[in-house]
Design a protein. Structure first.
Length: 475
């Protein structure tokens, strides 16, 4: 099998180096360029076999910037997927990149595993061969875990439905695995070799949503300097996953309904009728019947999307799956950190089963990452689970128990106690705890992504890794 070739364009040598190394480790062929000029020259000279299947580019570079490069690339290789990387995560550069036809946006600093996973996903979406060997995130990723009765029923339904080209509506609370179900429906279907394209309706600004879905022609609106393929076209022959469908603005619902009924549409500002063969899987955590009753969702669109409904049970209703899921997540975390997986003691499992999991599987996954990072021994007890759950509630509640002056007050109280106890290392201990709270909270916030957590705290990734190492061996 031929290997996908990835080009990286960035004036920062160290970014090029680490990204190229990670992508090569994941089995891709990689070429690096320090600017738009050299990349375009290489493109002009390359024969077909040497052309890239995917390109990563920085935005700010000396000479022509990444957005100009994007524009030039689109005339030479209109279908080349481009990932735009930028430290400037403002709306303008993101929107500019998407309008320019970027497929994905990666904000710097990024997690290398995430970048590799993004490359794999993007290549898969355009039907490119995967890397020659599995990447670091290529393990059980994307597989649904569970053996409780409702999950077994779900697997059977996926098996049956995958073969039929029917529209499916996946419902369930946040974090129950709706996207994983959509991916499974695609993977098991005759469309598996064609793209799976996902769009989170709630994550795209309303004014960009129409062109994201249906594409636009050059000149369709201010800033649309070139033609852009929409997700419907990208998903041709495959599956389009429309997440958070309940948030779609009403005018767009009308347009979507027409496209689903007719199977054809015009790009924004276009005259050419585009025909596509796309299976739509939609998902929502909302009560769409209620939204219909409130006049916020079209009843006819609901009927069209809801040919078959898959209702995902909340995790609290299938506590029998908790252990298997937790073990899977702990193993995943251990692999990522290059350590041995931590074992769950029976009280830890009990404690987890008793929790009501408002954030469902995603919450359990985050909890396991925290436990993998912070629990000291090689097995996890009930108290540690309890403590980790307690901390989460505190943060998720949004109203900290202590105010800004409150935490210094609490600190004073703590210091006095230590002084009275004659503790000889108060400062070191306080610093350790301070760092721990900051790091733990940030990691929780970023779902365990260290690079992002470091960036959000304003510390270097190395500082974060150093601080995460246990200071004193225990036990
Ligand atoms: N049955 C499962 N087996 C393994 N992992 C799961 C399962 N269900 C969910 N997950 C994991 O939980 C996280 C949330 O899943 P997913 O994004 O599919 O949920 P969702 O219902 O689409 O959430 P939202 O409504 O918030 O978009 C993901 O990291 C996913 O891999």
């Amino acid at each position: 099998m031929s290997t996908a070739r990835i080009w990286i364009v960035d004036d920062d040598r160290s970014v090029r180096f680490v990204l190229a190394t990670a992508l090569r480790d994941a089995g891709y062929e990689v070429e690096q360029f320090e600017g738009s000029d050299s990349a375009l020259r290489a493109l002009a000279e390359a024969d077909a076999a040497a052309l890239p299947s995917l390109l990563f580019t920085d935005v700010r570079m000396p000479g022509d910037d990444g957005l100009v490069l994007l524009e030039r690339l689109k005339s030479r290789m209109p279908d080349l997927p481009v990932v735009v990387m930028s430290a400037y995560t403002d709306v303008a550069s993101t929107a500019g990149a998407f309008r320019g036809g970027a497929r994905e946006f990666l904000s710097k600093p990024f997690d290398l595993d995430e970048a590799v996973a993004l490359a794999a996903r993007t290549l898969a979406a355009v039907g490119e061969p995967a890397a020659a060997q599995a990447g670091p995130t290529g393990d059980a990723d994307g597989l649904l875990v569970g053996s409780s009765a409702p999950m077994r029923e779900l697997f059977r339904a996926i098996g049956r439905l995958a073969q039929a080209p029917l529209s499916v509506l996946v419902t369930g609370e946040t974090g129950t695995g709706k996207e994983l179900v959509a991916r499974a429906l695609h993977r098991e279907s005759p469309r598996a070799r064609k793209p799976f394209v996902a769009l989170n309706t709630a994550a795209i600004p309303a004014e960009l949503l129409e062109s994201e879905l249906f594409g636009h022609e050059a000149g369709a609106f201010t800033g649309a300097t070139r033609r852009h393929q929409g997700r419907f076209e990208q998903a041709d022959g495959g599956t389009l996953f429309l997440d958070e469908i309940g948030d779609m603005p009403l005018p767009l619902q009308t347009r979507l309904l027409r496209v689903l009924a007719e199977g054809e549409f015009f790009r924004v500002g276009g005259r050419e009728l585009i025909r596509v063969d796309v299976r739509v899987v939609a998902a929502t955590h909302q009560d769409l019947e209620q939204r219909v009753a409130d006049g916020r969702f079209r009843a006819d669109l609901l009927h069209r999307l809801d040919v078959v409904r898959l209702q995902l049970p909340p995790l609290r209703e299938r506590s029998g799956d908790v252990r298997e899921l937790a073990e899977r997540f702990l193993a995943g975390a251990a692999k990522r950190f290059g350590t041995a997986p931590k074992r769950l003691r029976p009280e830890a499992v009990e404690r987890m089963r008793a929790h009501n999991w408002p954030g469902n599987v995603r919450e359990l996954e985050n909890l396991c990452w925290r436990l993998a990072v912070f629990s000291a021994g090689d097995s996890i007890g009930g108290d540690e689970v309890q403590a980790a759950l307690g901390r989460r509630r505190h943060v998720a509640g949004g109203t900290p128990a202590t105010t800004d002056s409150g935490w210094t007050g609490a600190l004073q109280h703590w210091v006095r106690n230590r002084l009275e106890a004659g503790d000889p290392s108060i400062h070191a201990e306080a610093l350790e705890q301070f760092d721990r709270v900051l790091l733990e909270t940030a990691l929780e916030h970023t779902g365990g992504r260290r690079a992002e957590a470091a960036a959000r705290l304003g510390v270097g990734r190395n500082t974060l890794s150093r601080k995460l190492k246990p200071k004193r061996p225990r036990g």
